[in-house]
Design a protein around this ligand. Structure first.
Ligand code: FE2
Length: 466
């Protein structure tokens, strides 16, 4: 009897060992059924991952960014062989002679700097999140292009970058010099009077042939920097960047409510950096020829080529220049500038302190110019003589009335900062690239949570965010 029980137990043990994969020699093998489950799990996971990679971003877009589809309203034209070698040499000297380039965040030209959102510096001399110092550094206001900055920080640009605020905002703060007068120069004349430019500008202006040069800008990017997607600032009879904050002008344009007073314009971009290898260094000019729902088209930042388009109705920007490099940290609350120091060297300065040094050949340099377009010399003269100004509050009233018609009823009670953000949210739409199933830049989380937990969130995010 006892022997039978021992035999039964031995058989049971053998069966158990067989099923569990433990063999007599003590080695543990994966059982056949377990191995099948493992393969099944692997293939299902791989399949789901592939499906998510392939279709996930598209599904996310269909769910969250459906309203982001705005058709394009303009065309573009490419210019080639614009200048001679001597012209380029003179233009580079011209750029160096300008000597000091502030960051694009300092591009404040309006006498009405804000709509009431101005706030004081904190005890450490820093501006509250989203705000930057005003022209004379007496208070903090929304950056003139908060529409651009907000979208870039939220989605990390076209590359869906997941980076913390210091790094991402440094990428955004390229350097710009704008000249609103003294546009007369024989080198520039060669461009503006060339037939290819005239043809392109006429086509871009819808057939208008009288141009009124507005502005010549020199945009300088450091390695790792970008020009985030944006609309150019529009011009209206009575409402310009000199009396209305730029972000509000963008909202006016995107709302379509001020079309009857809009002045058409054309933008040209040309590249001066002979040293830039556009295949290796990136920095291509991109735009959305089919509107925000279509794919971006990229034109390489090839030396001595250019583009003409109406950037106030066609979203455009610059891919990251030398994308594998991180730019130096540029604190927007500081007074930052890029200064030519002679001998082909440039100093990056923060509050007059040198924080980095560059050679001219490290920089991506482009010329950007804009002209208003008129159907006749009389209309051009009328613009020059026009003195009426639209008040910021009148613009806000038109937008608020329209927002109420759209069902946004609380606009009269919103604090100015919230009103500004609501206006941008309602009217200014930029595309979100399908480069990630999670296009939001989660690294900015610490900036939007209550300050009591922001430090903790930041410490969690720092190891995984650049
Ligand atoms: Fe632009």
């Amino acid at each position: 009897m006892g022997q039978k029980i021992r035999q039964r137990n031995a058989t049971k043990k053998e069966n158990l060992e067989k099923n569990s994969g433990v063999e007599k020699n003590g080695l543990q093998n994966v059982p056949k059924r377990g191995r099948a489950s493992y393969f099944k799990f692997f293939f299902v996971t791989a399949g789901i991952t592939l499906l998510l990679q392939q279709y996930g971003p598209d599904v996310v877009h269909r769910i969250f960014f459906r309203r982001n589809i705005v058709p394009a309203r303009s065309d573009y034209y490419i210019l080639r062989d614009i200048w001679t070698d001597e012209d380029i040499h003179n233009l580079i000297d011209y750029v160096k002679d300008l000597r000091e380039f502030p960051t694009t965040a300092s591009d404040l030209t309006s006498v009405s700097e804000h709509i009431g959102e101005a706030a004081p510096f904190d005890e450490k001399g820093q501006c509250p999140f989203l705000l930057v110092p005003n022209q004379n550094h007496s208070e903090c206001i929304l950056p003139s292009r908060i529409d651009v900055a907000q979208h870039f920080l939220k989605y990390g640009g076209r590359d869906c970058l997941k980076e913390l605020y210091p790094s991402l905002s440094s990428r955004l703060q390229g350097f710009a010099g704008f000249i609103f007068d003294s546009l007369n120069s024989s080198v520039l004349d060669r461009l503006f009077k060339s037939q290819q430019y005239k043809d392109a500008a006429t086509a871009s202006c819808g057939g208008m042939t009288v141009f009124d040069p507005i502005q010549l800008g020199i945009i300088v990017l450091l390695p790792g920097q970008t020009v985030a997607m944006h609309y150019d600032v529009p011009w209206y009879w009575g409402a310009t960047r000199f009396n209305i904050p730029q972000w509000l002008l963008i909202a006016m344009e995107s709302s379509g409510l001020f079309e009857n007073i809009r002045v058409r314009q054309s933008q040209g971009v040309a590249y001066l950096h002979k040293w830039l290898n556009h295949e290796k260094d990136g920095g291509g000019f991109y735009f959305y020829p089919k509107g925000t729902g279509g794919r971006a088209e990229i034109v390489p930042a090839e030396f001595n080529t250019g583009l003409v388009l109406d950037g106030s109705v066609l979203i455009h920007g610059v891919n990251t220049y030398q994308p594998k490099k991180l730019p130096p940290i540029i604190n927007p609350s500081d007074k930052n500038s890029l200064v030519y120091a002679g001998d082909d060297f440039w100093q990056l300065k923060a509050n007059d302190e040198i924080i980095a040094l560059y050679k001219t050949s490290d920089l991506r340099i482009s010329l950007v110019w804009r002209s208003r377009c008129f159907e006749s010399q009389e209309m051009k003269q009328k613009w020059a003589d026009y003195k009426d100004k639209i008040d910021v509050q009148d613009v806000l009233k038109v937008l608020k009335d329209d927002m109420k018609l759209k069902g946004i009823s609380n606009v009269d009670y919103l604090p100015p900062l919230d009103l500004a953000l609501k206006i941008l949210d309602t009217y200014v739409v930029y595309p979100v690239e399908k480069c990630s199933i999670f296009p939001w830049n989660y690294c900015m989380l610490s900036k939007i949570v209550p300050t009591s937990v922001s430090g903790f969130i930041n410490s969690l995010l720092t190891p995984i965010c650049a």
